[in-house]
Design a protein around this ligand. Sequence first.
Ligand code: PLP
Length: 356
Amino acid sequence: MTDTRRLWSEAVNRLEPYVPGEQPKAQKLIKLNTNENAFPPSPAVHRALTAAEVDRLRLYPDPNSQKLVNTLADYYCLTPDQVFVGNGSDEVLAHAFYAFFQQAQPLLFPDVSYSFYPVYCNLYDIRFQKVPLREDFSLVVDDYLQPNGGIIFPNPNAPTGMAIPLADIRRLLIANRDSVVLIDEAYVDFGAESAVSLINEFDNLLVVQTTSKSRSLAGLRLGYALGSAGLIEALGRVKNSFNSYPVDHLAEVAAVAAFNDDDYFQNACTQVIATRAYTVAELKALGFDLLPSQANFVFAKPQGQSAKAVFDALRERSIIVRYFDKPRIGDYLRISIGAQSDMEALIAALKDIAPH
Ligand SMILES: *Cc1c(COP(=O)(O)O)cnc(C)c1O
């Protein structure tokens, strides 16, 4: 292959792209590495994707995804001008970084957090400063009360799974009114308190959510931001300078159907939470140290063997979890909560692997 790097834009050489968890091709793997939902999407999604909707792919979709925006506004008791939708929450986050965080002061986020944040900073030349989580991996909002050009963290945090109460987020917002506070709620439906209820009180609060985890639609690529009309307008300006049609017609139809079937959603979340409780109890019995999780994964530290050794041994048994070779978290495994039977197979494999 010839070296075509001479043809690249200068900036491309400096990019440090995000590396997603692997999506192995092999069948019969137990896949507990990217926090997908073990349940299928709501049957209402199947029913909504009719031949007539497929035929509409001939046309461009509604650039504003107005039906979906209205559905989300109703669902969260907001007005449509407080809702922005995009091609996965990763895209929504990218637009938010561009729209709000290019500031003289640094963006603040936890040292242990979603590893896409520094990637966007690198892409858009955004100054950032990592704020260390406390020794026990807790996030203390007071640590963010310093000059900043924005604040972002997931709640619950990833990959720790630990959540902070709404009262802490309110306290942060009261003390920090002049930069955007973005709460990434990718996992909020598995037991944490959402900050959506604070949106009408704080014009600098942006809440980002996704259908990828709690609504079993990771393959659909549909994320959204909720916030004041002014923040949503800024996101629309960025979006319409980049791609007018980020949400395809079938994605809009499917997402509307998913939000209209709340019973299915509530039931799936309840079951994931129950399977999480089972997994936590079994892992503790095997001597693992666990952080308290409000997410659809657990962050667990094996005893007597390195996390990497356990990761490799599970892999040999066709069970894929996530291991991060990074400061502070190299002793842990992030294990997604799969179906109850997946977690039973995991526990059996760990018993097999354990030093006797
Ligand atoms: C999974 C995840 C996302 C991305 O979700 P998509 O909507 O699938 O792009 C964003 N933030 C965090 C913290 C996540 O774990």
